[in-house]
Design a protein around this ligand. Structure first.
Ligand SMILES: *Cc1c(COP(=O)(O)O)cnc(C)c1O
Length: 440
């Protein structure tokens, strides 16, 4: 008779791979959050995915809310996306020349987002942001960039900064390897604090090239803009001749078919995209006003290039993903599932007598273990959360077959492949996990 694997060796193959990986790759990973370090566990090695589920190398199956951190809005292995990529690869994977699929995806994005009049494809969200900042500085002839505390825009040097001692001081590098002079032109302000933004513009207005922000923050967990905040930023930029850059790498095509900018009816000057527009393949893009975009080389003098940019495989995956989102009107479905998860987590917390703040925008959601379940409006609020409680919550979910991002400061992603049953199972397990947290 076969013995049921004990909990101790349920993750044996992942653990063995991690031991090898740690010797070969820093921390054993290709990107830090995958290490599960902040929740005190060894990482899973994933073998395959299908729909809403992933299977690890030990044969454990999970309902997946990581979803590759956002790109997989249709779930894993969508047959139409697979077919489009397979068809393209039979024709070639990269040419270093123009291809029709770039024109098609560019047209779809510009049509969906009126603020994006022209677009340039790159290979990652990081690259999109980096290039948009260069362009904003090239267009305005100014140096300063204003960003939100805790705002993550990829690993761009100038944006890996911590706030200085006051709201209106320049930032300090948050990573070794970044010279002070690279972050000296970055000013950090708290999200949802219009007076702080006004103070920065009062002090530095004519030197400010751009504000960059996620219109709905996703990289400190999900934090919505408060009424009037984004409008206030738009007004400040207009008055000072600065550009407003929305980083919609996460929110673009996630929270609304035309992005968070449509949801909040604000027209940014430049928009950064990634994730969903590549349908699970590596991609990024930046776009916006025609007069600004025409400064990008070779149309204009602001240099930016890429060997694999506009890669046909990524373009085909993106085209297919965006087309299905539109044709099947999946946003209603995503809203229904997101709402079910939000309501379910709130109810679980109530039953388990565990104070949390559940924050959601469409199919992005974060339950914050904040003091007394207080709402989280910015990074400082998020830092107040009980990370030990989150770790315990994460582990109960993981061992019960639900994979969420291994950090309190991340959004969970619901895909169109999730079912009501998946959400029910998740909510039931979350109640068990919250009881464990409440009893601690
Ligand atoms: C993921 C993300 C990025 C970085 O994209 P990469 O493709 O990982 O470089 C930038 N900005 C936001 C808002 C993101 O969510």
């Amino acid at each position: 008779m076969k013995k049921k694997p004990s909990v101790a060796n349920r993750y044996a193959k992942s653990q063995a791979l991690f031991a090898k990986a740690r010797d070969l790759m820093p921390g054993g990973v290709s990107s830090p959050v995958r290490s599960f370090k902040s929740v005190g566990r060894d990482p899973l090695f994933i073998q395959s995915g299908e729909g809403s589920a992933v299977l690890d190398v030990d044969g454990n199956s999970y309902i997946d809310y990581v979803m590759s951190y956002g790109p997989l809005i249709l779930g894993h292995c969508h047959p139409a996306v697979q077919a489009a990529v397979a068809k393209q690869i039979s024709h070639g994977s990269s040419f270093g020349c123009c291809s029709a699929s770039e024109v098609e995806l560019a047209g779809m994005i510009c049509q969906a987002m009126p603020a994006v009049e022209m677009i340039r494809f790159v290979n990652s969200g990081t690259e999109a942001v980096m290039s948009a900042l260069r362009l904003a500085r090239g267009f305005t002839g100014r140096k300063l960039i204003v960003k939100m505390a805790g705002g993550y825009h990829g690993h761009v040097d100038a944006l890996l900064v911590q706030a200085g001692s006051g709201a209106t001081t320049h930032g300090h590098p948050s990573s070794p390897g970044i010279p002070e002079n690279v972050t000296a032109n970055t000013v950090v302000i708290p999200f949802n604090d219009l007076p702080a933004a006004q103070a920065v513009f009062a002090k530095f207005g004519p030197q400010i090239a751009a504000i960059i922000t996620e219109p709905v923050m996703g990289n400190i967990g999900v934090v919505l803009p408060q009424g009037g905040y984004l409008e206030g930023l738009r007004t400040l930029c207009d008055a000072a001749g600065a550009l407003l850059i929305f980083d919609e790498v996460m929110t673009g095509f996630r929270v609304h078919p035309s992005g968070a900018q449509a949801l909040h009816r604000i027209k940014p000057d430049l928009t950064c995209l990634g994730k969903i527009i590549g349908g699970g393949l590596p991609v990024g893009a930046y776009g916006g006003r025609r007069d600004i975009m025409n400064l990008v080389s070779p149309a204009g003098p602001v240099y930016q290039a890429g060997t694999l940019s506009g890669n046909p495989l990524a373009m085909q995956a993106g085209i297919t993903t965006l087309r299905l989102l539109q044709d099947l009107n999946l946003y209603q479905r995503l809203e229904v599932l997101g709402k079910q998860l939000e309501d379910g987590l709130r109810q679980s917390a109530k039953v388990a007598q565990c104070a949390i703040s559940v924050q959601r925008c469409g199919s992005m959601i974060t339950p914050f273990f904040s003091p007394g379940g207080a709402p989280v409006h910015n990074y400082a609020d998020a830092l107040q959360c009980d990370q030990a409680a989150f770790s315990m919550f994460f582990q109960v979910l993981l061992d019960g077959g639900v994979l969420i991002p291994p950090s309190q400061f991340e959004a969970w992603f619901v895909s169109a492949a999730h079912s009501e049953k998946d959400i029910e199972k998740t909510v039931a397990l979350a109640e068990k996990a919250m009881r464990a947290v409440a009893e601690k």
